[in-house]
Design a protein around this ligand. Sequence first.
Ligand SMILES: [Zn+2]
Length: 345
Amino acid sequence: MRHCRYLFLLILLYTAPVAEAQHAKLNYTIAHWMDNKKAALSLTFDDAINGQFTVALPMLNSYGFRATFFIITSFVQPQLKSWQPITDAANVGHEIASHTVTHPFLHKTPADSIHWQFAESNKIIAEKVPGRGTPTLAYPYGDGGNATDSEQMVRNIAQGYFTGARATRNNQLPYNAYDFAQTADDYYKVNSDMIADSASIGSFVRHLDETILAGGWYVPTYHGIENGWIIVKKDAFAKQLAEIDTRKKDIWIAPFGEVLKYHKERNCATLQVVSRTKHCLTLALSDTLMNDTVYNQPLTISLNINAHRVVNIQQAGKPLKLEAQGNTVCFNAVPGKQPITITKR
Ligand SMILES: [Zn+2]
């Protein structure tokens, strides 16, 4: 965390003389995106095409950018010869997610077959890539984000298997505005921007900058890198990564599933006082999402507190990295049952 936003707002809120009793109320904000970044970016790769692993993956790793690979499970063996490139990617923190078993047009597929496509792809990925976390989905051909009855049925089924899903070009903007999700269903039509083989670096940069300006979430979809189909050549991809890198201070770059969880948690999380003594303040960060083992993405909190008195902040017995500035401390904590303990001098 480089800096705390909202600092001035918090100071304004706090400068008026406040009666002692009112100190019981917490002044805090939860950042829109992790580490107070202005916007979020999830790089996504579809279809498990060879060049994504032989060409793109080492480039992503050299920048420390973690991405999402949406895998068609029955294509892995014929296209990659083994699961090794996929497990290698997972081992350095990339998300391995579902793009179904056989890549059908889901809106033309009977419900029982859709269930099978979702359950079976999740099962295979869980076997091949253990401990990979919570599954997300990209719809084959992007068809799942629209308002038709058949695509609504696809989404209703997807809710039973995935925390969210990526559609393609289902709104006018290249990115998702911060308030894109008004209902649970909206998390199953996250918009993405298809990076065509004809895409220019100019339009890519414009989309990044528009996303930062809007405070949104940009989810570019790639297919072939250097080889395969809908190909982005290695040199063009390198330029895109370099442009992302120069905007790192403004953009949270993380896998699709992590950004999705952050957004879901952030929009229903609250921070409350559990107990308060002279030297110890215990807080509960809770959300309304039922599954704490799934929804374990840390949230960035800015808490208005006399920062110079704070000795440390702990959660589950572990010290949290904190940044103190004037009357505000910033830290990342996981919502759920584990209390947050602030020790003061
Ligand atoms: Zn596909």
